[in-house]
Structures are given as structure tokens and as C-alpha cells.
Design a protein around this ligand. Sequence first.
Ligand SMILES: Nc1nc2c(c(=O)[nH]1)N[C@H]1C(S)=C(S)[C@@H](COP(=O)(O)O)O[C@H]1N2
Ligand SMILES: [Mo]
Length: 401
Amino acid sequence: MRSPAPGPRRRPAVPSLPSLPSLPSLPALRPPSFTGRLHDARTATSVGRWLGAAFAVCFVTGLISHYLQHPPGWAADSLPSRPVWGYRLSQGLHIATGLAAIVLLLVKLWTVYPRLFVWPPVRGLRHALERLSVAVLVASAVLQVFTGLLNIAEWYPWPFGFIQTHFALAWVVAGSLLLHIAVKAPEIKAHWSRRSPGTLQLPAGEGPDRRSLMLGVGAAVGAVTLTTVGQSFTPLGRLDLLAPRHPDHGPQGLPVNRTAAAAGITERAVRDWRLEVRGPVPYSLTLAQLRALPRASVWLPIACVEGWSMEARWSGVRIGDLLARAGARPGAGLRVTSLETAGSYRVMEMGRDYAEDPLTLLALELNGRTLTADHGYPARIIAPNRPGVLQTKWVTLLEVL
Ligand SMILES: Nc1nc2c(c(=O)[nH]1)N[C@H]1C(S)=C(S)[C@@H](COP(=O)(O)O)O[C@H]1N2
Ligand SMILES: [Mo]
């Protein structure tokens, strides 16, 4: 332990006054000092490299997910419907790297937190700006990963819209991270590898603490990944202990996010159901008529933005056939409307590539059985390489665009 610093000197007590009990001397106020390699630049760089890689993958896959769901007008028709597993892989990576980033971010913050106490706190304008950019980076990154985590648990304890906020924050994190990397470039370079010139070279046998930390970090990231990645990577499905969804827990072997009850789908609405198709040659079909049309059967995954995904066998009528029957010209897009009376996923549009893809169906069956109410009975969309939110259930209206 460090001995307390000497307090200010007291003058000898004046004899005529009653003497006061003397106060214990206080240690001088000064910031804590940190030694040890777990808080040094080399450790910060080691953890930072992994965190940076996780954030980079998470950011790119996040953009893919966002633009597949909300394509700018000019791009809506050029989104590709292949590979069929594209969105599944991309969103699986988004959630896996996001979860890994939580562990890495906490370790990184612990490694660098002594810098909160640098003295003097501000050494000039440049230093002040640098500290401000780090504050923005830390605040936005922490908020980003935790709102993402709560979203996959479908818990929204905040007044703002998740999607817009998560998207906007992603740019703040990316921008402040690039700035941080630029500012720290010389230090990062000096500490990039164990043999870098800036890294303190220790005699063999004296450096196990950093290695232990990195092993611990690896083990923690590995544990988080192994116990959650099974929600989309089904060969590891049996290890999926911590993810909110299990890929094959649900009716017909598939999870359900929004149930028919939650969507307000009444028995009456389903009993009077008809499929209406609007286009140059509009028509409408009863369920029996729809069932009598030529069927196709496809093996496609449903991949929820929240990370779970699962393959299934879907059977129904090709969207391309239904549109052709309505007199749609090649290259037409499609708007789909659900029986659902409210909800963000009631109306969905799909571009040309999806509408024309022979794998895109108005599905009537799932895994060999008529769709259950929760999976979209009487009819739902299933299309390749698309986010789950766009696989509209309880479809009642198709409009040629
Ligand atoms: N009409 C409608 N369709 C919908 C939804 C919805 O809320 N309303 N949820 C979507 C979401 S978020 C997903 S992941 C898939 C899940 O399909 P499943 O419940 O059949 O597994 O349905 C999609 N279809
Ligand atoms: Mo979803």
C-alpha cells in the first residue's frame, strides 16, 4: 500500500486556547495511478483490433439489412433475390458480431478507463477535441450495442423508434470510430503486434497477464457466440441456450414473432377471405380456387432481422404466375397487403427480381401442412434472400405496380 502523502503543516497550537483534537491528515487529492500491462497501449490495441473487426462486420451487415428493408426508390428494383441464403448469412453475422462486440467493448472500456483520470484533464484544443470524440464514440457504441441487444429480446423500454435510432447511431459510431483510429494511428502502429517497436519487450516468463486477459476475452466471446449462434446456424442449434429464439421451437417447426392474435386476425376475417389481385386484368380467388392452381414447392429459409433463421419447405402458387394472370408486364413490381389492420408490416413492396423469381411463392403450406394461423393462414409470402419482416403473413391483396 502507498503511504498517505504528508498533509499541510499545522502551526503549533496557541497555549491560551483550549486545544482542538487534531484532524487526521488527508492524502493529497490526485488521480489514481495505474500500472500493469492490462491498461497499457498494447493491450488496448489488441482488444481494439478485435472490437474494430466486429464493428466493421456488424456495420456492413447492418447496412445490408437496412437497405434490403428500406431500399431507396432507385434501388428497389435491382435488389437481388439470390443467393437464397444471402440475407440469412448476413443477418446471422450481424447479430453474432453485435453480441461479440458487447463483450469486447466492455473489456476495451475496462482496459482504457484509467485514461479518464489523465491529469491535467485537458491539455489544449487538440486534446479537448480528441477527448470529446472518444466520449461520443463510447456513448454511441454503448447505446448501440445495448439497444440492439434489447431489440433481439423484443423489449423496447424507450420512447424512440428502434430502427431509425439504430441506423442513425450506426453512422455516429462509424464516424467517431474512424476519427479515433485516425487520431490513434501512430499509437496503433507502434503497438500493433507483440514485436512492434512501441511494445515493451519483456523477458520471457514475465508477461502472462496480458496473454491471460486475451485468452479470457477469447473464451468469453467464444461462449457468447456458441450459445447464441445456433439460432441461425442450425448445426449448432443444440447449443443455442442464450438466444431469445430457438430455430425450431414453434408451430410447424418454426418460431413465430407476431401471432395471429397479436395481429388481430379474427376467425371471421379468415372465413370470408379472398385473394384480390389488382392489375391490368384484375381478379379475385377463393381459397379453393387458389388451391386448385398449379403448385410449386421450395426449400427456403426465413431469416428474422432479430437473428434467428430456419429453413423450411414451403408450397404454394408462384407469385410470377399470379401476376402474369393479372396481365402484369415483365419487370413489374408488387405491393402486398395483409389482413392485419395495423402494424408496420401490413403492407410490403417487392421489386422485380423478387416478384419474377420462380422461388417466390404465395405459400399455402409449411413443412407439408396447411399454414397455421400464426404462420399466416390462409396465405403468406415466402421469397428468397429477404428479411423475415418482408415475408408478409395473412396476405389478402396483391397489386401490380
Ligand atoms: N402481416 C405480417 N406479416 C409478418 C409479420 C407481421 O408482423 N405482420 N412479421 C414478420 C416477421 S418480423 C417475421 S420474422 C416473419 C416470421 O414468420 P413466422 O412467424 O411464420 O415464422 O413473419 C413476418 N411476417
Ligand atoms: Mo422478424
